[in-house]
Design a protein around this ligand. Sequence first.
Ligand SMILES: [Zn+2]
Length: 197
Amino acid sequence: MYYLNIYTDCPKSWLLKYDLKEKYYKDSLYYQLKGEYKELESIRKRLIRCKIRHKMFEERYQKSNDYRKIFLENTSGPYRCRYCNRPLKTEYMQVDHIIPASKAKNNTYLQMWLFINKCESVNDLRNLVPSCFKCNQAKGRKIGLWPLRAYLGQFESYWKIKKGVDIGLLVTGIGLIAFLGAYYHEEIISVIQGLIR
Ligand SMILES: [Zn+2]
């Protein structure tokens, strides 16, 4: 099955005979049709002629309504945010699509990525991770290094190394400032005086 998103708030009369479902994305209204490829393809051609913005994609790239439920049924807590390792209470936990459905719809590279990772759909358990609200907001619909972070975040050793690197950087930073202060304090003072003058 396929979906056809039609981005208009006032559908043409010829569209009204179809089973249009009202959908919202961030308060803006659009319409969605579900059907066989052939049927939707003919509508799509007409949309192109009418210059109406649209998007057609396979059902597997549509976010399901029950992915959270399925995630909770098939995994067990206690959960931690995959991106920052913060412990999460199940009721406040967000279930994040590593590859966002909105991106997978029209990006063949990401579709390939899902295929390589044996994901039947974007709602496959391999594409879902627990996340805190803050990280989920920060990630939004971005890709970047987030899939890598989602992958690494499952390993306890990653967080130990990361913590070690953070502390290491802090110690190095303080050491560097102390070194510069001790050896170059006269130069630093004269530069500051030069700036003030
Ligand atoms: Zn987080």
